[in-house]
Design a protein. Structure first.
Length: 194
């Protein structure tokens, strides 16, 4: 069911998944083989938290969705009455001023390309060296408390790290993620005129 929703229909902690038209967005779609290329978390009061080229930021919804072909809005099927822990974790990351994880995007592109190749001993060595170098760079950034982050990681971590329990109402399991986040009839696919 496709429908247009307004900003006033969104609830804090809704997840927005975008099909953007930027160069980086199109590259993500090409390498990943999906229509989606961006994610954001609705913070409330007309603002989303997201990871963009300048890092983790809070922007108003119209600015965020500008240039998107479409945006899907998802919320937890069994939404807890209090989503404050998710929003608090998201704000914690936004306050840290983490930069965008370009290395992660390049590494993901590299990994998706290697899925389609026949792995030879030379390619295996190249993959191993690339992954070791990427791990070294990421470890250096993490040790400086300036952890690079991509958009989907930001949304995932806001949910998964919201509470310390292993199995809390916000914990996400990768395989269960798409089942736990189901389109809400009041907040489904909408145009970029949110």
């Amino acid at each position: 069911m496709n429908s247009t929703v307004s900003v006033s229909d969104l609830l804090p902690a809704d997840v927005l998944l975008y099909s953007g038209t930027s160069f980086i967005g199109r590259a993500i779609q090409f390498f990943d083989g999906t229509d989606l290329n961006h994610a954001a978390l609705y913070l409330g009061d007309g603002y989303v938290g997201e990871a963009i080229a300048s890092g983790l930021v809070s922007r108003d919804v119209p600015t965020s969705v500008h240039g998107a072909s479409w945006v899907d809005v998802y919320r937890l099927k069994d939404r807890p009455p209090n989503v404050t822990p998710v929003l608090a974790k998201a704000q914690e990351y936004l306050d840290q001023g983490n930069r965008y994880g370009y290395e992660q995007i390049l590494l993901l592109a590299f990994l998706t390309l290697t899925r389609k190749l026949k792995v030879t001993p030379v390619l295996r060595t190249l993959i191993r060296r690339t992954l070791d170098a990427a791990a070294s760079v990421l470890t250096r950034y993490i040790s400086q408390n300036r952890e690079p982050m991509i958009c989907s990681e930001f949304v995932y971590r806001a949910y998964d790290e919201a509470l310390p329990e292993i199995d809390d109402p916000f914990s996400l399991r990768i395989r269960a993620f798409m089942r736990a986040l189901t389109p809400d009839p009041a907040a489904v696919k909408q145009a970029s005129n949110l």
